[in-house]
Design a protein around this ligand. Sequence first.
Ligand SMILES: *[C@@H]1O[C@H](CO)[C@@H](O)[C@H](O)[C@H]1NC(C)=O
Ligand SMILES: *[C@@H]1O[C@H](CO)[C@@H](O)[C@H](O)[C@H]1NC(C)=O
Ligand SMILES: *[C@@H]1O[C@H](CO)[C@@H](O)[C@H](O)[C@H]1NC(C)=O
Ligand SMILES: *[C@@H]1O[C@H](CO)[C@@H](O)[C@H](O)[C@H]1NC(C)=O
Ligand SMILES: *[C@@H]1O[C@H](CO)[C@@H](O)[C@H](O)[C@H]1NC(C)=O
Length: 439
Amino acid sequence: METLQLPLSILLSFLLLLLPTSSIAQNPKCSVQDQGSTLEVLHIYSPCSPFRPPTPSLSWEESVLQMQQEDQARLQFLSSLVAGKSVVPVASGRQIIQSPTYILRAKIGTPPQTMLMAMDTSNDAAWVPCSGCVGCPSSAAFASAKSTTYKNLPCKSPQCSQVSKPTCGGGACLFNMTYGSSSIAANLSQDTLTLASDPIPNYTFGCIQKASGSSVPPQGLLGLGRGPLSLLSQTQNLYKSTFSYCLPSFKSLNFSGSLRLGPVGQPQRIKFTPLLKNPRRSSLYYVNLIAIRVGRRTVDIPPSAFAFNPTTGSGTIFDSGTVFTRLVQPAYIAVRNEFRRRVGPKLTVTSLGGFDTCYSAPIVAPAMTFMFSGMNVTFPPENLLIHSTASSITCLAMAASPGDLNSVLNVIANMQQQNHRVLYDVPNSRLGVARELCT
Ligand SMILES: *[C@@H]1O[C@H](CO)[C@@H](O)[C@H](O)[C@H]1NC(C)=O
Ligand SMILES: *[C@@H]1O[C@H](CO)[C@@H](O)[C@H](O)[C@H]1NC(C)=O
Ligand SMILES: *[C@@H]1O[C@H](CO)[C@@H](O)[C@H](O)[C@H]1NC(C)=O
Ligand SMILES: *[C@@H]1O[C@H](CO)[C@@H](O)[C@H](O)[C@H]1NC(C)=O
Ligand SMILES: *[C@@H]1O[C@H](CO)[C@@H](O)[C@H](O)[C@H]1NC(C)=O
């Protein structure tokens, strides 16, 4: 499939185009609201985000095409994780951009330097671009020389044996990794990480020295996976491997959600489904999706479409980095057909990029219920539809998993999670979802 290649800045303009123009002119208060163990979560296009593009320049249609392609890259990345490959296959000459969708403020060092790091539930590691980095995005890097608590970890440190294929340089533990289309070379380092009001001394992270490609988030990444060296494993005593977030809708003016770390203050009235463990991909949060209801009808989907298989990696995950939910082919086709039938079989259906169910006339859409083991989650149309205010096109904001990647993964993506609190309770091996307006 041939897709459009456009620079990141253009892609970033997409969400702004969805906003009424008056809101762009407004200057909302961007005061930091991080308190206790709760951090504000911003969409990357939030008026308070420095990564917001200066002026929207693309049409809505072109931007959506771009965003879909972006998601394709994410899917490719996740599929490579599932397959246990360390290197993502990237077609030559193809630039894969993997922009983070949600960012939060973390402070590193003494005195603390603020970094706006991307939040990624499907990654374990934390890493930031460090001063002097060759090939890192130009915006703020962490100046390790200015921190009195920074140190490079020695090659013989226990942490060094937890990174894959470490090398030794002047006694320091160095490692290389890939993220999206980027290759990253970093020092394994330690410093104080401060999240909201919580200082975490001697936090182990990657200090990026060299990067290629365009996938590196501008100010680093905070992995919320559950593997070794993850935030969860390094803050066992403090946060007990428990966190929740509410992702703000990108359509709202305020744009601010929250990441709440630790068991304190988590919602009590919330429905849970068991988390499944894939030893081959310990960082991914698998759940058991059983069926999908569109309106009042449970769609006929072969059970194999949802089957969890640690060997092939098939099953369903919750992911904070993919924008639009993906279902394996037979599941998507069945859901889409029922959706079309409910919306009106006589209406003309068009496609837009990777979306194949779009309408140029106003529609009344059904809600969808995703049935997980022990938990039904009903998504209202606002979590299912993407509208263009400019050209009055509405699309079902889901797609089939890319067939060419042989993808076996269903991904519950961030647009569908918006305005819900998603609770990751690893000690009790369960994931909770409750509706919450956090925008
Ligand atoms: C990373 O390690 C190399 C090799 O030991 C060293 O030259 C460099 O100064 C280190 N970077 C930082 C930020 O400490
Ligand atoms: C890691 O990356 C650096 C910089 O690109 C390169 O010089 C080095 O050879 C790589 N190391 C390994 C083990 O691949
Ligand atoms: C952090 O590391 C330093 C030296 O490497 C050590 O003295 C200190 O006790 C450690 N702090 C904590 C809280 O582990
Ligand atoms: C933004 O949020 C504040 C409270 O946090 C609320 O008072 C205000 O009305 C909101 N503004 C918009 C435009 O939604
Ligand atoms: C989910 O909905 C289905 C169909 O309405 C129902 O049979 C099932 O009991 C519900 N599950 C839970 C956990 O509420």
